[in-house]
Ligand binder design. Structure first.
Ligand code: UDP
Ligand code: MG
Length: 205
């Protein structure tokens, strides 16, 4: 079933020159907030892997219960599930420039995305923030998320350190990582983000 989608996205990637920027960083580092700013100023389409998974739960799909349980435990959903949702969102949008937020979260996510879609990220935006600050933000944000409780937050931090940081390190060896000090206030962070996106726009022009 998946293989049909893979070919389509590969063809799409060549035909439409799809540009992808991965937006990574720990839970509560401000990925979603800054992505909204980037969309407004630089014309990207924002795809949050977490939001796509939460929508999949709500839609009552057969994977819903599995996804819900994994999110509650702070675990990473199997790559093929998340990638299918991302591919569908990319295709349905008809757009060419994407911010993929909160993915890839582990080596399996990263390698599968590369082999299935044939897409390499243009750059990887890395929101670097202390655990203390992230914890404070998560406990204060009140978005009604089942995983924003102290017990799950601790699990998410562990998964981030063990599985997600190595992905960022991998892209760093390829020279793709743009690190942002994400502990600053939202506006100050966006000033730094802007500098990076202005450079990306210059290179693309
Ligand atoms: N998740 C996942 N794969 C992804 C993105 C998210 O399994 O590619 C799950 C994972 O359980 C994670 C949760 O969804 O802890 C919430 O992710 P999201 O990016 O929405 O939240 P953040 O951790 O950035 O606050
Ligand atoms: Mg988020």
């Amino acid at each position: 079933m998946g293989s049909v989608d893979h070919t389509t996205t590969n063809i799409e990637a060549e035909k439409k020159k799809i540009t992808v920027i991965f937006v990574l960083g720990g839970p509560g580092s401000g990925k979603g907030t800054q992505c909204a700013n980037i969309v407004e100023n630089f014309g990207y389409t924002h795809l949050s892997a977490g939001d796509l998974l939460r929508a999949e739960i709500k839609s009552g799909s057969e994977n819903g219960t599995m996804i819900q349980n994994m999110i509650k435990e702070g675990k990473i959903v199997p790559a093929e599930v998340t990638i299918r949702l991302l591919q569908k969102a990319i295709q349905e949008s008809g757009h060419e420039k994407f911010l993929i937020d909160g993915f890839p979260r582990n080596e399996e996510n990263r390698a599968s995305f590369e082999s299935i879609t044939g897409i390499m990220p243009e750059i990887v935006l890395f929101f670097d923030c202390s655990e203390e600050e992230m914890e404070k933000r998560l406990l204060n944000r009140n978005q009604g998320r089942e995983d924003d409780n102290i017990e799950t937050i601790r699990k998410r931090f562990n998964v981030y350190m063990e599985s997600s940081l190595p992905v960022i390190q991998y892209y760093d060896t390829l020279g793709k990582v743009r690190r942002i000090d994400a502990a600053k206030p939202v506006d100050a962070v966006f000033e730094d983000v802007k500098v990076i996106f202005e450079k990306v726009a210059e290179i693309a022009a």
